[in-house]
Design a binder for this molecule. Sequence first.
Ligand SMILES: NC(=O)c1ccc[n+]([C@@H]2O[C@H](COP(=O)([O-])OP(=O)(O)OC[C@H]3O[C@@H](n4cnc5c(N)ncnc54)[C@H](OP(=O)(O)O)[C@@H]3O)[C@@H](O)[C@H]2O)c1
Length: 287
Amino acid sequence: MLTVLVTAKDGQLAQCIESIAPKHPNLKFIFKSFSQLDITNFKQVNSVFNSSEQFDYCINCAAYTAVDKAETEIEKAYDVNVLGSKNLAEVCRKHKVTLFHLSTDFVFDGKTLQPYLEDSITNPLGVYGDTKLKGENAISETLENHFILRTSWLYSEFGNNFLKTMLRLARERDEISVVSDQIGSPTYAKDLAEVILKFIETKNTSYGLYHYSNEGAISWYDFANEIFKKTDKDIRLNKIKTKDYPTPAERPKYSVLNKEKITNIRGVSIPNWKDSLAEAIANLKEE
Ligand SMILES: NC(=O)c1ccc[n+]([C@@H]2O[C@H](COP(=O)([O-])OP(=O)(O)OC[C@H]3O[C@@H](n4cnc5c(N)ncnc54)[C@H](OP(=O)(O)O)[C@@H]3O)[C@@H](O)[C@H]2O)c1
C-alpha cells in the first residue's frame, strides 16, 4: 500500500482529497494540519518525515493564497510559497518521497489570447504569482521526482471560494456586479484531487510541470451567471469591467491553460466546467 502525506489538511484542496479518500482504499493517507506541519519550519518538516511512518508521496496543499493581501504581506507569502516549498522538496529528496505541488495561472500576465502551455513565458503581475513561480523553481531545482500542477479558479464545497461567495451574496443582496473581462477556466478542486490520485495510483514517473483546469474558457460573470441559474437564485447580475473593480493585485485578463500534456497521461480526463459545477452544487447541498 502506498502512503501519502497531505499537508494543510484544513485547506480547500486537502479537504477535497480527504472527501474522496474512501474511494481509494489502496492508498493510506496521513493528513497534517498547519499546526502539526508548518512547511516554513524546516525542523518540523524534517521531524515529520523522520517519524516512524515512511511516506511514498507528499501532496503539498499548503500555500499562501490571499492574492490581494500578498501585495503587502510580501515576506509572509514568500516564506510559505517559496521557502516552504523548498523545505518540502529538500526533505522529500532526502527520504525519496515524490512531491506533488500546486501552482497557478497567475504566473502568467494574460496579455495573449492563446491558452498557455507549460513552457509559455511566465510574467506574474503580482506578489502571489511571483512567489508561486519562485516556489515552482525552488522545487524543480531541488528534487527530481516532483509533479507541479498549475491550476486555475479553484472552487468546491470546502473552504472559501467564488462559488460559496456568490451563494452567500445571493442570500444577502438583490443585485451584484461581477467582472466580465477576465477570462479563465474554473476548476472543481475535487476533479483536481482525483487527477493527483490517478497519477499516484498509476505510479506515473513522467515528472515535471503540468497544466490542469476544467474544460472551457469563461469570464467570472459567466461563472456567476451559471451558479445562479443552477441554484435558481433570483438576483440581478451586472457585468462590470476590471477597471471598475480595482483590487490591490492586478489579475491576468486571460489565463486559460493548455491541457494537452496532461490529457496524454493514462486515465486522466477533463470534465467540462458546467458539468463539474453541477456536481459541486449537488455536493454542497449535501454538506
Ligand atoms: N484557490 C484558487 O483559486 C487557486 C487557483 C490556482 C492555484 N491554487 C493553488 O492550489 C493550491 C491549493 O489551494 P487551496 O484553494 O486549497 O488553498 P487554501 O484553501 O487557501 O489552503 C491553503 C492552506 O495552507 C495553509 N497554510 C498556510 N501557510 C502554511 C504553512 N506555513 N504551513 C502549512 N500550512 C499552511 C492555510 O492555512 P490558513 O488558512 O490558516 O492560512 C490553508 O489551510 C495552492 O497551492 C494554491 O496556490 C489555488
